[in-house]
Design a protein around this ligand. Structure first.
Ligand code: COA
Length: 320
């Protein structure tokens, strides 16, 4: 028994912020951002929180799957920007959609959050513990970014993507997850270690910090490694794969991965031009867009891969 995606959904805030809009608040330009990242605009949440966007994406996925929220046994939310430390974001989604029978928790793996959550759901489903799960990636990194730091603020956007997964004969063929905590310092956000009432210090969560070039090098090395690993472990040739759905951080990263792996870049769909890097949401948003556009056929083999803070990275191979 394996785990099959039976419904997809996504939600993006309405408000569009273009590169030209950003050029009014930091010293940058549309040309710089597009040429370095492939990003043209991003959606920024105004009224929505992470749980609101996640719940809307989840409802769309449930509608497509044709099942009721009460049939969900497990909700896993990949996020690094939950509304609260607790209750966790998955519980807040549960409350909004009425999935009263689900166990709910968040997976904190930054931009790898959806892939890690999907693989975790698969571990529960393939062992028979649960039958149906809602796997979501959602983030509002706009609330964690220093909007005066041009090195990070141009990269990210807000959004949510969701999938309903169920035990089936066909679906996930293989997966892996990796972490390297010793290199965590290259991408950090939200320190909770600096508040101390004895020392008279108020907690200050702090903004995101990033060593862009280190993150770039990490991604173009580790993503091909974990994709090759999942292909080898499942005796799958790369030519058999219809699409490589990679975390949408940056077009140049995806281009380098395709080149390193000697795979046609056309097999790597992209949508970061319109949404920027939506962190844990990027893989399920792209999957939902492809699914709704009728681009994925039954039997297609698809690789999903996420990478990000932690450092974390991983891949999933599935048959649609
Ligand atoms: N607009 C204009 N100039 C900018 C800028 C911006 N938004 N951000 C940085 N610059 C400047 C720098 O200050 C630097 O100027 P200097 O040469 O005078 O010091 C110059 O551009 C080059 O900076 P550098 O950091 O070397 O650029 P880069 O080519 O490495 O591109 C990134 C920067 C962030 C686009 C790139 O490193 C990257 O994509 N890294 C991966 C980031 C990522 O995807 N993170 C999330 C992973 S989940």
């Amino acid at each position: 028994m394996t785990t099959r995606i039976i419904g997809t959904g996504s939600y993006m805030p309405e408000h569009i912020v273009t590169n030209d809009d950003l050029a009014k608040i930091v010293e940058t330009s549309d040309e710089w951002i597009r040429s370095r990242t492939g990003i043209g605009e991003r959606r920024i949440a105004t009224v929505e929180n992470t749980s609101d966007m996640a719940a809307k994406a989840a409802q769309a996925a449930l509608r497509q799957a044709g099942i009721g929220a009460d049939e969900i046994d497990l909700i896993l939310l990949g996020t690094s920007s939950p509304d609260h430390c607790f209750p966790n974001g998955a519980c807040e989604v549960q409350a909004q959609i009425g999935a009263v029978n689900a166990a709910c928790f968040d997976i904190s793996a930054a931009c790898s959050g959806y892939v890690f959550a999907l693989n975790t759901a698969h571990a529960f489903i393939s062992t028979g513990l649960y039958r149906t799960a809602l796997v979501i990636g959602a983030d509002v990194l706009s609330k964690l970014i220093d909007w005066a730091d041009r090195g990070t603020c141009v990269l990210f956007g807000d959004g949510a993507g969701a999938t309903v997964v169920r035990a089936d004969e066909k679906g996930i063929l293989g997966m892996n997850m990796h972490s390297e905590g010793a290199k965590g310092g290259v991408l950090t956000c939200g320190s909770r270690s600096n508040g101390n009432f004895l020392l008279g210090k108020k907690p200050d969560l702090g903004y995101m910090t990033m060593d862009g070039q280190e993150v770039f090098k990490f991604a173009v090395k580790k993503v091909p490694e974990c994709i090759n690993e999942v292909l080898e472990n499942t005796h799958t040739f790369k030519d058999e794969v219809a699409y490589f759905v990679i975390h949408q951080a940056n077009y140049r990263i995806i281009e380098s991965i395709a080149k390193r792996m000697k795979i046609d870049a056309d097999k790597f769909p992209v949508n970061m031009e319109h949404y920027g890097n939506t962190s844990a949401a990027s893989v399920p948003i792209l999957l939902d867009e492809m699914n709704r556009a009728g681009k994925i056929k039954s039997g297609d083999k698809i690789v999903l891969s996420g990478f990000g803070g932690g450092l974390t990275w991983g891949a999933t191979l599935l048959e649609w």
